[in-house]
Ligand binder design. Structure first.
Ligand code: DGL
Length: 280
């Protein structure tokens, strides 16, 4: 049951973070770095990943269930750490949810619109995110002269999950995906999928050092920090010794998730619990 929190307790409540699987750990990692006093309740939908090839209706239904699950953990805010879920479901979730909820698309779009000098911005993401045109929409709200070049890069997700972060195969695929963006003369590139920051060095090397890479995970943690501060929700106290600061839940394959999580988060994740998300 979702018990009411007293106002004094709210800032100590965890931040709910969710993704279709392991990718959102890149966002959780930035939150851990930038606001280390905060507790996190993470949900990875490992049974139903990928979201990037699913419909808006399906991704919205999945996201609603996860929000209901996170709310049973009395989270003070929710971060939709998945670009696809942010693109497809955030508007609906915002309308339905009585706690602040932020996605990863707007923060990345905002920075890209501000840093571009020639107004040519590339976006790489899942098919769903590119098809939704959500980055284009947000960028144009800030910089109406910008030209946005979107490119779906579906193979990057399995390559990252297979651990091929520094591999000739990933180099070759990246070259094929990125050539048309290089040819279009972009000066800014948004890594609009949770997994892509993990192959940042490959993407950066191939796209060239003249192109500024924008990492929405980093920008989202920054925006989250500012939002919590403005609303008086930032936890000013360090977590108590022995407290369960970071909790991880998945819908399947908890052990595999734990191994992946430990390869990117240095904190040391001891357990991930499996949840039947269809119950929510
Ligand atoms: N987390 C997804 C995203 O950022 C990538 C993986 C998937 O397709 O579910 O869009």
């Amino acid at each position: 049951m979702n018990q009411e929190l007293k106002p004094a307790d709210i800032s100590r409540a965890p931040i709910g973070v969710f993704d279709s699987g392991v990718g959102g750990l890149t966002v959780a990692r930035e939150i851990m770095r930038q606001i280390p006093n905060e507790s996190i309740c993470y949900f990875g939908d490992t049974a139903r990943v990928p979201y990037g090839s699913k419909s808006k209706e399906t991704v919205t239904r999945f996201s609603r269930q996860i929000v209901r699950f996170l709310k049973t953990h009395q989270v003070k805010t929710i971060v939709v750490a998945c670009n696809t879920a942010s693109a497809y479901a955030l508007d609906e979730l915002e309308k339905e949810t009585d706690i602040p909820i932020i996605g990863v698309v707007k923060p990345g779009a905002k920075v890209a619109a501000e840093v571009t000098k020639n107004g040519k911005i590339g976006v790489i993401a899942t098919e769903a995110t590119i098809g939704s045109q959500i980055y284009t929409q947000y960028i144009r709200e800030i910089n109406s002269n910008a030209t946005i070049y979107g490119k779906a890069c579906p193979l990057f997700v399995p390559l990252v999950e297979e651990g091929l972060w520094q591999d000739p195969v990933t180099d070759e695929i990246a070259r094929r995906y990125l050539t048309e963006l290089i040819d279009s003369g972009i000066d800014t590139l948004i890594m609009g999928c949770t997994h892509y920051p993990l192959i940042r060095s490959t993407i950066g090397r191939i796209i060239g050092s003249d192109v500024t890479l924008v990492n929405p995970a980093y920008e989202t943690a920054l925006e989250l920090k500012n939002m919590l501060k403005e609303r008086g929700l930032l936890n000013e106290e360090p977590p108590k010794l022995g407290s369960n600061q970071y909790q991880f839940y998945v819908s399947d394959a908890a052990e595999k998730f734990k191994q992946f999580a430990n390869s990117i988060i240095k904190y040391g994740i001891l357990s991930a619990k499996t949840v039947n998300i269809e119950d929510y």
